[in-house]
Design a protein around this ligand. Sequence first.
Ligand SMILES: Cc1ncc(COP(=O)(O)O)c(C=O)c1O
Length: 227
Amino acid sequence: MTVSKQGSRTETDLVPGYDGRRVRDAIRDNVWIHFTQMAPYRDPEHRSLVLVRGEGSTVWDDEGKPYLDLLAGIYSVNAGYGRRRIAEAMMAQLELLPFVNPFGYTSVPAAVLADRLGDLAPLGGEARVFFTSGGSESVESALKLAKQYQTTRGFPHRWKTISRRVAYHGTTMGALSVNGLTGARAPFGPLVPGARHAPMSHRYRCRYRTTRCAPARPRRPSSSPGS
Ligand SMILES: Cc1ncc(COP(=O)(O)O)c(C=O)c1O
């Protein structure tokens, strides 16, 4: 067994059959990492971080070096890495029925989860759960639901949205349009129309500081379309 600089186990101990060179070649030549400039990866000397294992809130790279993952993936591994019960439940469902076409059908686990989420949601038993595969798709779906709701009620011009500056909402076109990060939106215009952005509620972060971030005074209701 070889020992890494950190004195811990090496890549071959962590992942049987792991071929670090092949993985790094693939990253250099073929992988496009999100939110990342890939140019430095072309340098043969570039040492990319390859995570190979996780347990609890710790992940390990392919040299056996541990890292504390304080973001829980990106808020998607909240129950922690290496949870056997989750892996077994996923495996059992994969063997039983790996996919149900969501256009007109649902699955038993989805129905059970919707029921449990309904108990937790403020609407309680009335809550209906619309399953998506990620955050951007959730924001996209919420925007569409809100517009459809207003149209159905007879207000098809109520299409404006207001979101906070700096707030992140995802990468798809609708989610990007309501994104408060100007730099992230800028290269992708024209965006979905109707997105408006309001200053941060936190006085320290508000660019108007004390003047315009004072507690809001009641305003007269507006009757203009889109308001
Ligand atoms: C508040 C919020 N909305 C939307 C998203 C986008 O989620 P996803 O990366 O799953 O598309 C994120 C991701 O970090 C988020 O933090």
